[in-house]
Every structure is written in C-alpha cells, then in structure tokens.
Design a protein around this ligand. Structure first.
Ligand SMILES: Nc1ncnc2c1ncn2[C@@H]1O[C@H](COP(=O)(O)OP(=O)(O)OP(=O)(O)O)[C@@H](O)[C@H]1O
Ligand SMILES: [Mg+2]
Length: 117
C-alpha cells in the first residue's frame, strides 16, 4: 500500500535528476536511464540508474539534505531528494539510498515495506 501520487513524485524526481546528470556531460550520444522494479516477500524495490557522471564521493552523503544542490545558482532548489526521502522514509517507513557506480553513473534505490509484512 502506498500513496501513489507521492511515490510517482519520487520516481519523477529521480528520473529528472538522472536526465540533468546526463545532460551535464554535454556529450553527443544519448544517455541511458534504467528503471527496475522487484519484490521480495517483505518489500518492494525500485531503482533508477543512469550512466551520467555519478555522485562525487564528498557529496554522496549530503544529497538528501534539504537545499543541497550542485546545480547552477537559480536552477535547482535542492529539495527534490529531501522531499523524496521524507515521502519514502517518514511517510512509507521505507528507505532510499544513493550509490555511485564504479563504471560511472549513479543508482538510487527505494524500498517500501509490503502491507502486513
Ligand atoms: N543521478 C544523479 N547523478 C549525479 N548527481 C546527482 C544525481 N541525482 C542527484 N544528484 C546530486 O544531488 C543533488 C541534490 O539533488 P536534488 O534532487 O535534491 O536537488 P536538485 O536536483 O539539485 O534540485 P531540484 O530537484 O530542487 O530541482 C544534485 O544537485 C546533484 O548534485
Ligand atoms: Mg532534483
């Protein structure tokens, strides 16, 4: 069970972030955003992976902070991930994590416990 409007907002935030990350590289070929969903007996999972620049190690622990942004002044509010964190962790008792991939790019994964699990 979830609030589908809120979870849609989380998904949209993650996809837009991936699109921005890819665009920041100003490369000629298109990037790739991969969305996966899976379920265990206890929880559902959803991951959004991009082949952008990844998240620098010195900021990966800060991306969920309110107003944290590395985007140009006036471009990002830095609220997308803190709102997403609130929706997943506080409102749905789940978790959300950010990971930089060794081959470049980033993966955000969120999980929501199944009702009655
Ligand atoms: N897919 C990603 N790849 C690399 N860095 C990312 C990715 N997603 C988020 N980040 C980093 O996390 C920061 C915070 O993201 P968040 O969505 O909270 O704010 P924002 O995208 O900067 O602004 P807003 O979402 O308010 O437009 C980003 O500025 C960026 O540095
Ligand atoms: Mg964002």
């Amino acid at each position: 069970m979830c609030d589908s409007t809120q979870v849609s907002q989380v998904l949209l935030n993650l996809i837009v972030n991936s699109a921005h990350a890819i665009k920041s590289q100003q490369r000629n070929s298109p990037g790739t955003i991969t969305i996966k969903t899976w379920v265990t007996s206890e929880s559902l999972f959803c991951s959004v992976t991009d082949d952008g620049p990844g998240i620098p190690e010195e900021v990966v622990n800060r991306v969920f902070e309110p107003f944290f942004t590395t985007r140009e002044l006036g471009k990002g509010t830095g609220l997308g991930l803190s709102i997403s964190y609130d929706i997943i962790v506080n409102k749905h008792k789940g978790s959300i994590t950010a990971l930089t991939l060794p081959e470049g790019g980033a993966t955000f994964t969120f999980t929501i416990p199944l009702l009655g699990a």
